[in-house]
Design a protein around this ligand. Structure first.
Ligand code: GLA
Length: 392
């Protein structure tokens, strides 16, 4: 998105100059599917697509927001945001992210002032590349600048997670917001979701992510499916703990213990546990492969991750499987897997600049033959984390 387009839209709508423009990117997740809320390790990368917010402080009580891409507006009281989605009547909408942010900051004792803002972006919405985390982090950065407070990266990510878990009602982990805040151009991010220790690992210069969209959207806002998976992980950990007192979450499960104790877990819990256990190992292997610049190995691990997400974790759908197989089998593609929560959304394939067009064409052709429609496939590069773009 062009910043001047956003600023012009702000001027046109509010007849004033914005005081700040903030930007926060989406992310792809190379490895580490559904392990963040079990405190496992993940390997995401911020991408060069983002949400941008142009904003200024205003007197009075009302916060007034305009969503450029949707042509919609909303008003709320930042000092007294409505209660969480589950506790009120009325539909869920995009405004629940910035409104939830005001609510979550109040929980931390931070009162944010009313603002006027216009926002827009170039992330596919609800497609598994963290458009909601980007929206939260962009508004957070803007509000920090306007109100004169500053949170650490980890605190920002935690506030975003509170918005999702306690306001919107999705029991997600911390990966998306963390990647949006801590991403760096030319690097993937290895994150330990328990300690929040993280390492930026350089990615090859010509690395391209192809984000291929099934066009299928899950009702993430209701948490359906997603929250069930989290409960299953916690149930499995509860059943294992009497035998493994040192186990806090499934992240702590060792292969030998799993072999010995598998009978304690009835399907589908055994598969859920196996996925988390094997996926955490794939993340560490994949990080090592990336350090060596071995994209073939990284791509292999992505294929394994996809199959484990499908067979053991139960978060794939046919459209994702077709895209994954088509992309992974295309000439010049290192590997592919579903990205984000699954149940719809996108597959991320890794390839080189030189091969990207070829992989895109081959992948789209297979999908079109099977489903009769052409999938949107976005070519993305590794991008920078959230920040202020322009301050007045
Ligand atoms: C969504 C959630 C993340 C993570 C992924 C699955 O993107 O927001 O916290 O659980 O799904 O890896």
């Amino acid at each position: 998105m062009k910043v001047d387009v956003l600023v012009d839209a702000f001027r046109a709508r509010f007849d004033a100059e914005p005081e700040v423009v903030a930007r926060a990117p989406g992310r792809v997740n190379l490895l580490g599917a559904h392990v963040d809320y079990s405190e496992g390790q993940v390997l995401p990368a911020a991408i060069d697509r983002a949400v941008w917010v142009a904003a200024r402080r205003v007197p009075g009580a009302e916060t007034r927001l305009a969503a450029l891409d949707l042509g919609e507006e909303a008003v709320f009281l930042a000092a007294a945001p409505e209660p969480p989605v589950a506790e009120r009547a009325g539909p869920f909408s995009w405004v629940d992210y910035p409104r939830g942010l005001a609510w979550a900051l109040r929980q931390r004792g931070i009162d944010v002032p009313p603002i006027e803002a216009v926002f827009g972006g170039d992330l596919p919405i609800g497609a598994g590349v963290s458009s909601s985390a980007a929206l939260e982090m962009a508004f957070l950065v803007a509000w920090e600048r306007l109100a004169g407070f500053e949170l650490s990266g980890a605190e920002r990510a935690q506030v975003g997670r509170t918005v999702e878990n306690e306001y919107v009602g999705v029991q997600s982990g911390i990966m998306d917001q963390f990647a949006s805040v801590h991403g760096r151009e030319g690097h993937a991010l290895l994150l330990d979701c328990r300690s929040l220790e993280h390492e930026l690992i350089p990615t090859p210069d010509d690395l391209v992510f192809l984000v291929a969209d099934t066009g299928v959207r899950r009702a993430l806002a209701s948490g359906a499916g997603f929250n069930d998976r989290k409960s299953e992980c916690f149930d499995a950990a509860d059943l294992l703990r009497p035998h493994l007192p040192g186990l806090s979450t499934l992240r702590d499960l060792e292969p030998a213990d799993f072999e010995r104790l598998q009978h304690v877990l009835k399907p589908p819990l055994d598969g859920r546990a196996r996925h988390v256990m094997t996926e955490c190992r794939r993340v560490l292997d994949g990080a090592e492969a990336l350090r060596r610049g071995d994209l073939d190995r990284l791509g292999d691990l992505m294929g394994q991750s996809h199959r484990s997400s499908r067979d053991d974790y139960g978060v794939s759908i046919e459209e994702l499987d077709v895209l994954q197989e088509a992309a992974a089998g295309a000439d010049g593609c290192y590997g592919a897997r579903l990205t984000g929560a699954g149940f719809g959304g996108c597959v991320t394939a890794i390839t080189s600049k030189a091969a990207a067009d070829q992989v895109r064409l081959q992948t789209a052709a297979v999908f079109e033959r099977r489903f009769g429609s052409r999938p949107e496939i976005h070519a993305c590069r590794v991008g920078d984390g959230a920040g202020v773009v322009e301050a007045g």
